[in-house]
Write a protein that binds this ligand. Structure first.
Ligand SMILES: Nc1nc2c(c(=O)[nH]1)N[C@H]1C(S)=C(S)[C@@H](COP(=O)(O)O)O[C@H]1N2
Ligand SMILES: [Mo]
Length: 299
């Protein structure tokens, strides 16, 4: 499947009026009035095209454990999070390490719009119009040495602003990692905005990672450090539950989470579940990264 562009998606509003029949059918009220045959037809129709998830949902249904494990409380708790000044240290096995102010990063690496599906490991999904730039641009600027094999990303550590970091169940700060060749892939971006607006704190302001073919937890928020390293980093989730969360976390409908199936998902704003796609539908673009890798053992 090709990366989404504006040509492929329908703005939420237009989509709603065009598909008003199905929408109404999904409402329950009218569904009861439909004949069983009609209802079946509506139910078995091909899944609709990807539609942008409304801004309100993207910004009010969030996983950000530093604030809360309750998705609908995150936005309010994140309201006063300080994102300015903010700088990101890029360090480790690089010839040109540096500390980048976010504004300078934006000026240098020129964010563009990227519309991606986001698939959470909990089996819900959204379609988000990010503003961001490929991490490859940053990597070219810092020049990884020949020893660099992985990137380790780290979220801000600040118990005063992040009440969730007092929860000692997790090994804070939040850490995530990518193989260098994964990070060099054009689909992997550093995001600075959504729907053309600056990121809000609940979405990982001022900058966060977005890797659309992997489960959402790889897309680490509010990053303060990117380190090029030789060994595979241990992410917060690998440390918390190694049998449930592997390093790769590629979206894969045929590898179940130990506690639930990954074969389908609930697209936020839709009534019927959708089939989950291998690599979240980006298989044509990324499958070659994993040639020869056992995707079941390396989950
Ligand atoms: N620092 C940090 N990054 C994080 C998380 C988190 O709890 N802390 N949650 C992850 C998970 S599980 C998901 S699904 C996405 C959600 O991103 P969104 O709220 O912008 O949709 O962020 C990911 N990045
Ligand atoms: Mo997630």
């Amino acid at each position: 499947m090709k990366p989404l562009s504006h040509a492929d998606v329908t703005p939420a509003k237009l989509y709603r009026s065009r598909r008003s029949f199905l929408k109404t059918a999904g409402n329950g009220l009218l569904a009861a009035a439909l004949s069983p045959a009609l209802r079946l037809k509506a139910a078995s129709a091909e899944p609709p095209v990807d539609t942008l998830t409304p801004y309100k949902d993207i910004t009010h249904y969030n996983n950000f454990y530093e604030f809360s494990t309750d998705k609908v409380r995150v936005a309010r708790l994140a309201k006063n999070f300080r994102t300015d000044p903010w700088s990101v240290e890029v360090t480790g096995l690089v010839d040109k390490p540096g500390t980048y102010d976010v504004a300078a990063m934006v000026a240098q690496f020129k964010p563009e719009e990227r519309i991606y599906r986001l698939r959470c490991v909990e089996a819900w999904s959204m379609v988000i119009p990010w503003t961001g730039f490929p991490i490859s641009r940053l990597l070219e600027a810092v020049a990884p040495t020949s020893q660099a094999r992985y990137l380790k990303f780290v979220t801000l550590m600040d118990k005063r602003q992040f009440p969730g970091q007092k929860n000692s169940w997790y090994r804070w700060p939040y850490v995530e990692g990518l193989r260098l060749d994964e990070a060099m892939h054009d689909l992997a971006i550093i995001a600075t905005g959504i729907y053309g607006k600056d990121l809000l704190p609940q979405n990982g302001a001022p900058i966060r990672l977005v890797v659309p073919w992997k489960y959402g937890f790889k897309s680490i928020k509010s990053v303060v450090k990117i380190e090029l390293v030789q060994e595979q980093p241990t992410s917060l989730w690998m440390a918390a539950a190694p049998r449930e969360y592997g390093f790769y976390a590629n979206v894969n409908p045929s590898v179940s989470h130990p506690r639930w199936s990954q074969s389908s998902e609930r697209r936020i704003g839709e009534f019927r579940r959708r089939r989950t796609l291998l690599f979240n539908g980006y298989d044509e673009e990324v499958a070659q990264l994993y040639e020869g890798l056992d995707l079941r053992a390396n989950f």
